[in-house]
Design a protein around this ligand. Structure first.
Ligand SMILES: O=C(O)CCC(=O)C(=O)O
Ligand SMILES: [Fe+2]
Length: 226
């Protein structure tokens, strides 16, 4: 499932992040990727250990922990700390697949990458190109969102970032392990949860919404790994 998650960051938060990011030191993005990715990757990133990266990453994870739509869709168990990338002057990232297991820096932990996230920190008017193209069984989807919005997509998909031919595309990107490993099961839980919320808004809490909420939690209990 691919999902557009709006308003993860406020315009003020985006402005503050951009000021910090535009003033800091960037490195070649090939430093943080395996052999397959390195062959097709042309961009810049903040070093994983950079204090700016850690501080802004923590702000992003705090914002996501309060975002009900994101929680409902991702059912996150653990995150890789957010990273930051920048593409300009024709930079791009060719078709690749993200690694399935990633170390969590500064710990002995590893996590399974179930979902990938890109959080846009540049507005679409500020650059040309730079679409994130995600290729799945239904074809390919090109994504370019307002600053502050996030796209959630299965980490198993092939994807690429088109060349940026004007301006700069600045984003945060990261991976998470979900409590529910299967994309199909997670997608069904998301639809059920969203439908229960619509019913509750229309009817108020009633016997049926309570019964369906119980059904949702019993499925989550069956499928969640915590
Ligand atoms: O910048 C993006 O939207 C995605 C970046 C990406 O695919 C990666 O770094 O693996
Ligand atoms: Fe990727």
């Amino acid at each position: 499932m691919m999902l557009h998650v709006p308003d993860v960051l406020s315009p003020d938060q985006v402005r503050e992040m951009r000021a910090a990011l535009d003033a800091t030191h960037w490195v070649d993005g090939r430093e943080t990727v395996g052999d397959q990715g390195a062959q097709v990757k042309r961009n810049r990133q903040l070093p994983e250990s950079s204090p700016v990266s850690r501080e802004l990453g923590a702000t992003i994870l705090a914002a996501l922990s309060r975002h009900a739509l994101f929680f409902s869709a991702a059912l996150p168990a653990r995150f890789v700390p957010p990273l930051f990338n920048r593409y300009e002057g024709g930079e791009h990232y060719g078709v690749h697949v993200d690694g399935s297991v990633r170390a969590v820096p500064g710990s002995s932990q590893q996590l399974r990458t179930d979902l990938s996230c890109t959080l846009f920190l540049s507005d679409p008017e500020d650059y040309d190109g730079g679409e994130l193209e995600v290729i799945d069984t239904y074809g390919s989807h090109e994504v370019k969102l307002p600053a502050g919005d996030l796209i959630l997509y299965p980490a198993s998909s092939l994807h690429r970032v088109h060349p940026v031919t004007r301006g700069a595309r600045v984003c945060s990107f990261f991976w998470l392990q979900s409590m529910v490993r299967s994309d199909a099961q997670r997608g069904m839980l998301f639809e059920l949860d969203q439908t229960i919320q619509k019913l509750r808004a229309r009817l108020g809490e009633c016997e049926e919404t309570v019964a369906l909420t119980g059904h949702y939690h019993n499925l989550l209990r069956l499928w969640a790994e915590v």
